[in-house]
Design a protein. Structure first.
Length: 381
């Protein structure tokens, strides 16, 4: 009995000894890798990427605790635009045997983002389609897949895919807005192919999906300017009804509708529409000139309606006296006209001289807003 007790005590002591020894070893190993890790970081900060990468790659071969670090490092490389390095890091991770399933999915997701950022859309699509079967990656994968179809201009795929997504919002935009935008993009492909009937059919589909699809009304207005001005007016009315700011955005096309047709009944309809829809914030030099020339006897009605806008009065005075003397007036009018309108993205702040439906910087749809010189310049008076 005593012998058995001695053997049990001996085994216990030996177990404690070996356990303690292995803990000490692990902790000293961690310390070594920790020092290596900081050396790697140092190289990274000094832009010695190759040396940093070598250290981090060595670490990953032996110590699973650095996996998170490598995921972060891969992300840094991607943000710096060094996609080949980001891809290498994530592929390295994935080549590890016995990789934890969670880490494997995360690495695959990061790798798909690398391929996406590098413009290798087919490769990122393949990974995302597989990964989206995992519930915790579903929403992010859907967002990236849709963006992949947008950036590769595969509008049919984008339409089908967004119809299949159950979420109400994708990248903070409703699927109705997205699908109608994809139809509008598709309509431009038909336009460039001179297939006007198909263009119009697709634009009507956009309106079926989204009754407030300003872009479809705008395109239908523009495509009818030369051949069917009455229909163009109808679409213009629908466009302005959706959002009156299109008086500003489409002012040049509105003037074009008048100049191309030289039809007094069309001009009357334009005049009435502009007069009824204009407001202080919607003064437009192009429309002002159309309104004054259409009804020179009573220009005051339009000007009076917009008189709270300081640029209306200023433009009115300059325009009416432009033939009086020096070229100063006409130069100043040109200056105001050319700089009157600019655009900025309400999501990321990107600014531009022209209107676009998708922000080229953050890829948001319908986030580009017009801003007039009246909003950008304060005049004390
Ligand atoms: Zn933006």
């Amino acid at each position: 009995m005593i012998e058995i007790l001695i053997i049990v005590i001996f085994i216990a002591i030996m177990s404690i000894y070996f356990f303690t020894k292995s803990s000490v070893n692990e902790s000293s190993t961690a310390n070594i890798y920790s020092a290596e890790y900081y050396r790697g970081l140092n190289y990274l900060l000094n832009n010695e990427d190759d040396k940093a990468l070598k250290i981090f790659t060595d670490l990953i071969d032996v110590d699973s605790s650095t996996i998170e670090t490598h995921l972060a490092l891969g992300g840094v490389y991607r943000r710096r635009g060094e996609f080949d390095k980001a891809i290498l890091i994530h592929q390295n991770l994935l080549s590890r045997p016995n990789l934890d399933k969670g880490i494997k999915n995360q690495s695959l997701y990061e790798l798909s983002k690398d391929f996406f950022a590098a413009g290798l859309y087919d490769k990122s699509e393949k990974i995302l389609l597989n990964l989206k079967t995992n519930k915790s990656y579903q929403d992010s994968c859907n967002e990236y897949l849709l963006l992949t179809y947008e950036l590769s201009k595969d509008w049919d795929k984008a339409i089908d895919f967004s119809k299949s997504i159950k979420s109400d919002l994708i990248r903070n935009t409703t699927s109705e807005i997205l699908i109608s935008q994809y139809y509008c993009e598709k309509s431009l492909d038909y336009y460039n192919d001179n297939q006007l009937n198909k263009m119009i059919t697709v634009l009507k589909k956009a309106i079926d999906v989204n009754k407030n699809c300003a872009r479809a009304y705008k395109l239908l207005f523009e495509v009818n300017i030369d051949n069917n001005p009455s229909l163009a007016i109808d679409y213009l009315k629908s466009l302005v009804k959706v959002d009156s700011k299109f008086l500003l955005i489409s002012s040049k096309e509105i003037v074009k509708l008048s100049s191309r047709n030289k039809d007094s009944s069309i001009d009357k309809k334009i005049y009435d529409l502009v007069l009824s829809a204009s407001s202080t914030s919607l003064f437009s030099p192009d429309l002002y000139e159309f309104m004054i020339n259409y009804n020179s006897e009573d220009s005051s009605e339009y000007v009076l309606k917009l008189s709270n806008n300081v640029f209306t009065k200023m433009y009115d005075n300059l325009y009416l006296s432009k033939n009086d003397n020096s070229s100063f007036q006409s130069d100043f009018l040109t200056l105001i006209r050319d700089n009157y309108l600019s655009f900025s993205c309400s999501t990321c702040g990107y600014t531009s001289k022209s209107h676009t439906w998708q922000c080229p910087s953050c890829n948001s749809w319908e986030s580009i807003e017009p801003s007039t010189i009246s909003e950008r310049v304060t005049i004390n008076g």
